[in-house]
Write a protein that binds this ligand. Sequence first.
Ligand code: 1GP
Length: 248
Amino acid sequence: MKNSEVYTNLVEGRKRQQKKLAVLIDPDKVDGSAVEQLIEKAMSAQVDYFFVGGSLVMNNYSARWIERVKQRCSIPVIIFPGSTFQVNDKADALFFLSLISGRNPDLLIGQHVVSAPILHQMDIEVMPTGYLLIDGGAPTTVSYISNSMPIPADKPQIAVCTALAGQLLGMKIMYLDSGSGAKQAVSEAMIQQVSQVVDLPLIVGGGIRTPEQAVKSCQAGADVIVVGNAFEQNPLLVEAMAKAVHGV
Ligand code: 1GP
């Protein structure tokens, strides 16, 4: 396994209050030319990370897109795996996700056991991450596929207790996600309360469509903003979003 370069960078970002932007590449939703365009926009906007993955990946293009990004630029690529099938050592790092908002044992320990021996032999940075799915106003692919109930959007205290438990269990990153294409992004109140009690890099994503929304999430305490859908629909938004996030 690799050293902790990506994680150190995340921790430094939080310490220095330097907000970061990640572009999510969902292998199902993009083709070669869309990926090229996203890479180009991400490079000129000096985006901080690429996340690659999704809760339901119906093709085997993840590796191809990871390699494409690595050939073209030095922006770190982090795998955001929906399952063990998405493990790949061409990326710089991988979120070793535990779906701690849910009670599905497969996503709390099952997939981890299956992927552990593979990851142990890979030259990739593995980052234990507590993943909290938050209700975004409608069922999402991740809520269906993970067979888990999201935390109600108006119950920030549940998110706080869950994130605290994750921290006590030794997780190194917290990820608040209302799911790709969520109608409502995670509320500022929830981000703020989690960020106040959990001293770990805090990633927030799901339904963030405008620079204003990203800024509000950062001001509430998010360290990294993840955007997928909005960039797929309009790659030109990458620059404005990066400027907004980096300017907080
Ligand atoms: C990644 O689910 C998010 O955490 C991405 O959501 O596609 O809605 O930006 P969007």
